[in-house]
Design a protein around this ligand. Structure first.
Ligand SMILES: Nc1nc2c(ncn2[C@@H]2O[C@H](COP(=O)(O)OP(=O)(O)OP(=O)(O)O)[C@@H](O)[C@H]2O)c(=O)[nH]1
Ligand SMILES: [Mg+2]
Length: 660
């Protein structure tokens, strides 16, 4: 087998994920055993584990038709299979966006969504939830003939009338033959893709580890299906834009790049790699090594200048030779194909980006739980130390002193109970404020806003008109989020007051309630707005069937905004459900301690226990808490070590692990 960089990096990445996963399980189980966490906190840790498990890495391939996207995917990911997996041929080949991934829960298969579903106004993401809408065929992975037959279905087309094509929002090619639309045959029928989307469930090692590859057709797919640009490309950890050395950067390549891939906002498209494919064409033309080198350098320079990216971001390769080289295990051919540098660049981009996201998502959660557990342990120390001190003052077995002491503990206990009753009264205010928070995040209200905006949009026929009603919509939802943030702040303050009171009056450890921030939703809304504004501005230039497209596009934005709100609601639920729990477990533990202290003083009082015995026992308890602390710190540190690195701009955790 040929040396495969991607495979190694993926293995390292999976290893890292496994370590993190099992570290968190060990930590959680230990905390449970020691009763250091309550049920809610345990669930928070389970959620962290779930985030880790459900972890996909998206890589998208985008280009005009025939630049070699499918061939490149074959070469990069399936070279070890000894044959071509995705169909790749001259002319338009891939007719529908094709997602390659693996879900162990279902059989290997190819699922196809009929093109007619475009008329329904439902997004591809939503269709994923409805298995019966897709046409599924099994994938016989050990029979290469049957397998390529099945995969060939992504090339299927059908012929319909122009009206029918237009009603589905499919643009028709102009008579001068520009390639932006569906081709009209001499009999007047239009050739359109038979499928809108394909999902291939294929048990390949990379896919098993969570890689999701998106192959797009060079059929103005991005213009036709806004969801691809807005959702799939924007969530991809990397996008490869493919050009062909024999074609150069054509006008339509440029339009694709400018309209869908290049983004001023994110600098010079940092998560994009540009591939200059088919360099073998030059090998044939230019036999002379020097001439070849300078021609390549010239093409790279030109491409970089035209696209506005640094030269280092452009990778000259030959997908065809790379695939051939891998199939034949011809290392020299693989090396000449340039594929290794591209594979390295991709893994260096995708894996750290994914790790960064994972770390970002769980780091603060783990640290937060760690701090809470630390405070619980401190409190255990305090309780036992207080008790030891108490008994140390008892060396004279003065009955009065003992009785005083009992009174004091009893007072403490009563005081705590009273505070608990007062706290119940706070609950009424809490639930009122909670209702207000839910009112801001209310989905029905969002739906009303959506309906209003839609009405606005339907009456505005100009692009600026559309733009302004969409911007108004975004401003509206942003200010709703602001209101929600403010309300959450008030709840937070109320709860902090409660925490402070208990902590101050009962000497409890300083734990603060968890925060609820709307920042991440607002950031997502902002990004959505930017992408979407960019899209609308580009639209007037290229689109003909504006009304249909706006509707489709709009639906995809709306579903995304709705998802953000749904998530905010779920997170708020979670937050409100658990905001009290750290303090409740603190108080519960303190109550138990008070009862224990009272009991032990009573026994000394009744002389059924000697002071020495009690002291020895307490020393033993204290040692127990010390041991508990050591082990807890150890387990937490092992988790945090796996989460470090990326945030401070150091090497990725995977790289750290390898050099260690
Ligand atoms: N010489 C040469 N030909 C290549 C190379 N890569 C792909 N091709 C050829 O280019 C043609 C198009 O390749 P595809 O992989 O189908 O291109 P695509 O970008 O997927 O095209 P669509 O699916 O139609 O959008 C095929 O005939 C390939 O054999 C390469 O590196 N060198
Ligand atoms: Mg293709």
């Amino acid at each position: 087998m040929t040396y495969n960089q991607i495979e190694q990096e993926f293995d390292a990445y999976s290893g890292w994920r496994e370590r993190l996963y099992s570290g968190i399980i060990a930590y959680r189980d230990w905390l449970k055993d020691q009763k250091l966490i309550d049920y809610q906190t345990e669930q928070r840790l389970d959620n962290v584990l779930y985030t880790l498990q459900d972890d996909k890495l998206h890589v998208a391939f985008v280009a005009e038709f025939s630049r070699g996207k499918s061939e490149l995917i074959n070469a990069m990911f399936f070279g070890d299979l000894g044959r071509r997996v995705l169909p790749s041929a001259a002319g338009r080949t891939t007719m529908c966006p094709t997602e390659l991934s693996y879900d162990a829960g279902s059989e290997p298969s190819i699922r196809l969504l009929p093109i007619e579903t475009r008329s329904s106004g439902t997004t591809i993401a939503e269709y994923k939830g409805f298995a019966e809408e897709w046409e599924a065929s099994p994938l016989y992975i050990n029979d290469s003939e049957k397998m390529s037959e099945a995969l060939h279905r992504v090339t299927e087309v059908k012929y319909v009338t122009q009206e029918h094509a237009s009603s589905m929002g499919l643009p028709i090619a102009s008579e001068d033959g520009t390639d932006d639309g569906m081709r009209v045959r001499s009999d007047g029928y239009v050739e359109i893709p038979r499928w809108r989307h394909a999902i291939v469930n294929y048990p390949h090692p990379f896919l098993e580890q969570g890689l999701v590859i998106l192959d797009t057709p060079g059929l103005n797919a991005l213009g036709i299906e806004p969801e691809l640009t807005l959702n799939m490309l924007s969530t991809a950890q990397a996008t490869l834009f493919v050009l062909a050395a024999d074609a150069g950067v054509t006008k339509s390549d440029m339009a694709l790049w400018r309209d869908h891939l290049y983004s001023k906002e994110s600098g010079n498209a940092v998560d994009r790699l540009v591939v200059l494919n088919k360099i073998d064409v030059l090998w044939d033309e230019l036999r002379d090594e020097d001439a070849l080198k300078s021609e390549l350098a010239r093409q790279i320079g030109d491409t970089a200048a035209t696209l506005g990216v640094p030269e280092e971001q452009i990778f000259p390769v030959s997908a065809q030779k790379a695939l051939l080289g891998k199939i034949r295990a011809d290392e020299e051919l693989v090396s000449n194909s340039g594929i290794v540098a591209l594979e390295n660049a991709l893994t260096n981009m995708v894996i750290p980006a994914k790790q960064e996201i994972i770390c970002e998502n769980i780091r603060s959660e783990v640290a937060d739980i760690g701090a809470m557990v630390g405070a619980m342990i401190d409190q255990r120390f305090n309780d036992v130390n207080d008790h030891i001190q108490e008994l140390e003052g008892l060396n004279t077995k003065n009955m009065d002193v003992i009785e005083d002491m009992m009174d004091k503990v009893r007072d403490d206990k009563r005081h705590l109970e009273k505070n608990l009753r007062n706290f119940q009264a706070t609950r009424a205010i809490f639930s009122r404020q909670t209702n207000q928070l839910y009112a801001h995040l209310n989905l029905a209200a969002l739906d009303r806003r959506i309906a209003e905006t839609k009405k606005d949009m339907e009456i505005s026929i100009t692009t600026p008109g559309l733009r302004s009603s969409m911007l108004k919509f975004f401003r509206g939802v942003d200010s709703v989020m602001d209101d929600a943030a403010q309300q959450a702040g008030e709840i937070q303050e109320l709860m902090e007051g409660v925490y402070r009171k208990f902590q101050k009056e009962h000497g409890l450890a300083n734990i603060r309630p968890r925060r609820f921030s709307t920042n991440k939703y607002q950031r997502e809304l902002k990004r959505l707005e930017e992408r979407h504004d960019y899209f609308v501005r580009g639209m007037a230039m290229v689109m003909t069937e504006q009304a249909v497209l706006v509707r489709k596009f709009y639906e995809s934005v709306v579903s995304k905004v709705r998802q953000i709100f749904e998530r905010a609601n779920r997170d708020a639920d979670d937050w409100l459900r658990t905001i009290m729990s750290p303090m409740e477990s603190q108080v519960r533990e303190h109550q138990v301690q008070l009862r224990r202290r009272l009991e032990s003083i009573k026994r000394i009082h009744k002389a059924s226990d000697t002071l020495e015995d009690r002291m020895a026992e307490l020393q033993h308890v204290r040692e127990g808490v010390s041991g508990e602390e050591r082990k807890t710190t150890e387990l937490l540190e092992s988790v945090l070590r796996n989460l470090q690195g990326r945030a401070d701009g150091e090497a990725s955790p995977v790289a750290l692990e390898q050099t260690a």
